[in-house]
Write a protein that binds this ligand. Sequence first.
Ligand SMILES: Nc1ncnc2c1ncn2[C@@H]1O[C@H](COP(=O)(O)OP(=O)(O)OP(=O)(O)O)[C@@H](O)[C@H]1O
Length: 440
Amino acid sequence: MPHETGRIAILEDDPIMGESLHQRLSLEGHTVKWWTKGEQAVRELTDGTDAFDLVVCDIRLPDMNGEEVFRKASRDTATPFLFMSGYGDIDQAVRLMRNGAVDFITKPFDMTAFLERVSLSLRSKEQPEGTLGISLAMRNVEQVLRRYASHPLPVLIQGETGTGKEVSARFLHQISARKASPFIAVNCAAIPGDLLESELFGHEKGAFTGAHQLHRGYAERAGEGILFLDEIGDMQPTLQVKLLRLIEDGYFHRVGSEGQVPFRARIVCATHQDIGSDGSSFRKDLFFRLSTLPVRIAPLRERPEDILWLAHRFLEAIMEIRDTRVRGIGALAEDAMLEHSWPGNARELRNRLERAAALSESMLLMPADIFPEIVTAYNAPRMETLADAREAAERRQILRALSATNGQILQAARRLGISRTTLWEKMTRFGIEASGCSGN
Ligand SMILES: Nc1ncnc2c1ncn2[C@@H]1O[C@H](COP(=O)(O)OP(=O)(O)OP(=O)(O)O)[C@@H](O)[C@H]1O
């Protein structure tokens, strides 16, 4: 089973568990570091001497809680955390995932399952391949980002949770001249407000009790790259003022210093909140600055063309690294996916497929594999007219053909055995959008 290798840190106080994870990960070809104390982990994760691709972290530790370690180490949120939680810690683990951890696995687990989670976590931060989707909406996003790529101005990415805001920000980084410089991701909701200032701007030695040495913040460490401020809507008002000043002046002060540090990175922010609305308490002047170049990522339900396209990409990635019998998605499961409203967007789609691939016994995924909770309702006979049933089937078949041809309308029409004009007419009638005016 091919897999990614990387630099992995383990934070586990149990000597037997720690030793066995260390041995196994080393055997798999990873470079492994093992800490038994939270304080040790925080120190090494934040002093900038070593960079890790993944931290595998126990939630219960003798000196501090794994959540605390994650918060403190979120000074380097670019490092993904995979949590190992006991059954009673699941709520906490889920909360941590919402705050930026990549994944969690419940103890006790078997080693194969653990290694799969590690591979998936390592891959979760992989660079996008250059295409964000086949829907008109996502192609527009891609075009807009390509247009924005060469500017130094801030970009504001808005969209529901899980729509792919961070994926889009990383895409922007990859297609820009800043590619060779860092992409520093900061989850503003994951770092307590009073800590965020010194995390962003750094602090001088002796700036406050406990500031034993000079600390360079994210703004400095981003160099000439991208400073990605996720969940910007959660930033405290006092810090909003400082961010505004940084954008206007082009420099900032480390906490406890009068000296000016030039800011050379580009700011890209993301939020699922409507921070520009009248009802929002977010500073209007900052909003206008940040949203100079706005991008809106539509929810998945508004771009059904991307559902199967994403599903097949996710499944292929899962099949590459997982020992699964699954080789594809059955037609009924595809129908069910096209009918689902995807409140958790692309993240929900990925999670459902991961679970389905892990649990399914068959080669083709069935609706029950992907939607175990609604399968009864799905199987219940629904009474509809023949005309409605025919239209629904036609719509699904068109979406399948578009997914299989990466949104190429001429090719999709050929596959469907109809003319391009007929396909256009049907797509318009069914409210399906696609890119294709130009020679598609
Ligand atoms: N266009 C895409 N191509 C490939 N993977 C995607 C795409 N969009 C989203 N994903 C996957 O869906 C998941 C969620 O994406 P991402 O973290 O970018 O969303 P988000 O909008 O930033 O979420 P949040 O609001 O919770 O921060 C990730 O696993 C990501 O890899």
